[in-house]
Design a protein around this ligand. Structure first.
Ligand code: MCA
Ligand code: AMP
Length: 494
């Protein structure tokens, strides 16, 4: 193959008249039309000076052109760098400069705010923009640039416990191998119609959902966001759905969601955050379907999955994927006996190539023989089923989005009147967890919470911002001086 990613995912669809994307307004984009649009976008990016190996940063609302940019980058051998649409300009500035992106594609409505961040800026949205205007005038065929399977296909930024986001470098092989394994395991075919309400700037909506559907050749009901009305409306014409646990709890809250509505579905898949066993049980009682839970990470794509045909065990993330090695290890990477809790480590063709420009971070998380230390705490039972029991890393998962307390604490510590801060995750019925900030005022001073909220609002995306604040005189610390988050969770967790 000349370009394994393009040749696997997109080239086979050229010229096909079969539906690929069902849009909310009833329009359908065929596989062939999608491939042609990607070629036009590739020409447009070349005209803007983008070459193979360059990074293109993309912060665009979910729409067909945003997805076609991924295909265009694959065809050009360019590295696709999708970014959460909630990120502030301050957050984007970091991603663009750290990655060295030569082009930032952003919302036309934010052009004034964003265009100074990169060498080149082009606008794009569902309604159009300068990049789509340029693409409209281009040829519908583009000569695919040759690439090797170990060449980089995408950067996905993932925050870390130090508060600085790291660019996870994903190769063509990482993406292809995982999507092929999942397509096979979950028995996706060209007859499948997937309900797609996830964002497409993260692994789940992009590399799990979309890549699987591209390999299978089926179609997606391409919703701009989670919309329970639309899910219920489309479900009788669909066969599968992928979602974070909030998708399932919101469906269950709706009295219209019934066994009949779900009768045509063959598979519901959940991931990105723990699915409560209660939700699993309630979903089966309502619909007769057992949700299939799987587990992965930005750095690795998917690592484990409950079986399609075998027993789907509530509360577990299932078995290691056929081409993924998994072990539960101690701090030195020594495998622990079955039944003992330790750190989940994985190795396989799915594991990323490292963090961009951060060799020391890569070295800290990847052992020389290829085992990646996930930072998740897990246990494997006698049958091989893995349960994620906690996290060795200080991380909050809210509605499937990762929030690293350290990143918030750095911003809060610098806010006027704040001496120091600690951020913890507290339970939330809809989103699983949300951040709560505990602040200590400077000596003799007082904290103006409105001013703190404003500071946080300028620096951090809305979904990361603390839902609640508490002001205390001092943070609980152990004898080593380390903040005791366990004590804070005990005090404020309810
Ligand atoms: C929206 N808001 C949130 C979140 N989403 N706050 C905290 N956590 C969130 N996840 C805030 C908005 O800022 C806004 O705040 C208010 O909630 C309503 O926003 P809206 O957009 O209407 O929310 P929504 O449509 O109800 O979205 C909730 C959602 C969404 C459906 C849970 O966040 C979502 O689609 N999450 C999926 C994330 C995902 O794809 N994760 C996969 C990562 P205000 O009203 O104050 O302005 S990939 C991954 O984890 C790995 C690899 C894996 O295993 O898959
Ligand atoms: P991210 O790096 O944003 O892709 O988030 C990956 C993290 O999400 C993992 O390290 C886990 O902590 C968590 N995660 C993903 N899927 C699951 C799941 N099914 N159950 C529990 N945690 C999960």
């Amino acid at each position: 193959m000349n370009n394994p990613l393009y040749d696997t995912m997109f080239a086979p669809h050229a010229g096909k008249n079969t539906p690929f994307l069902h849009l909310p307004d009833g329009d359908v984009i065929t596989h062939g039309a999608f491939v042609r649009r990607a070629a036009q976008l590739a020409h447009a990016m070349v005209a803007l000076g983008v070459h193979a190996g360059d990074r293109v940063a993309v912060q665009v609302e979910k729409c067909p052109d945003m997805l076609a940019l991924y295909a265009a980058c694959a065809q050009m051998g360019t590295i696709f760098l999708p970014l959460n649409t909630a990120y502030t300009a301050a957050e984007l500035a970091y991603f663009v400069s750290d990655s060295g992106a030569v082009l930032l594609v952003g919302d036309p409505a934010r052009q004034a705010e964003l265009e100074g961040l990169s060498e080149a800026f082009a606008s794009l949205s569902a309604q159009g923009g300068s990049l789509s205007d340029l693409a409209d005038t281009q040829a519908e065929e583009f000569e695919t640039v040759a690439r090797h399977e170990d060449d980089l296909a995408a950067f996905l930024y993932t925050s870390g416990t130090t508060g600085r986001s790291k660019g996870a470098m994903l190769s063509q092989k990482n993406l292809i191998s995982n999507a092929a394994t999942l397509t096979d395991l979950w028995q996706f075919t060209d007859a499948d119609v997937l309900l797609h309400g996830l964002p497409i700037f993260h692994t789940h909506g992009l590399f799990v959902a979309t890549n699987v559907m591209l390999i299978a050749g089926g179609s997606m009901v391409f919703m701009p966001r989670l919309d329970v009305d639309a899910l219920i409306d489309w479900m009788p014409r669909a066969t599968t759905m992928m979602g974070v646990p909030t998708f399932y709890t919101r469906l269950l809250e709706d009295a219209r969601f019934s066994r009949d509505v779900a009768a045509n579905m063959r598979l519901f898949i959940s991931g990105s955050a723990p699915l409560l066993a209660d939700t699993h049980v309630a979903f089966e009682a309502r619909t007769g379907h057992r949700i299939l839970e799987r587990y992965g990470m930005t750095e690795t794509n998917m690592n484990t999955s409950n079986p399609y045909a075998g027993e789907r065990r509530a509360g577990t993330v299932g078995l290691p994927l056929p081409d993924v090695d998994l072990r539960i290890a101690d701090a030195d990477g020594v495998e622990l006996p079955r039944g003992e809790t330790g750190v989940v480590e994985v190795r396989g063709p799915n594991v990323f190539l490292g963090y961009w420009n951060m060799p020391e971070k890569t070295e800290a998380e990847m052992r020389p023989d290829g085992w990646f230390i996930t930072g998740d705490l897990g246990v494997q039972d006698a049958d091989g089923y893995v349960t994620i029991v906690g996290r060795g890393k200080d991380l909050i998962i809210s509605g499937g989005y990762n929030i690293y307390p350290k990143e918030l604490e750095l911003v809060l510590d610098a806010a006027d009147g704040v001496l120091e801060s600690a951020v913890i995750g507290v339970p939330h019925g809809d989103l699983g967890e949300v951040p709560l900030a505990v602040l200590v005022p400077q000596e003799g001073g007082r904290i103006d919470l409105e001013a703190v909220r404003e500071t946080v609002g300028e620096a951090l995306a809305r979904f990361k911002q603390p839902r609640e604040y508490r002001i205390v005189e001092a943070l609980p610390r152990n004898t080593m001086g380390k903040v005791q988050k366990v004590a804070l969770r005990a005090e404020f967790g309810a």
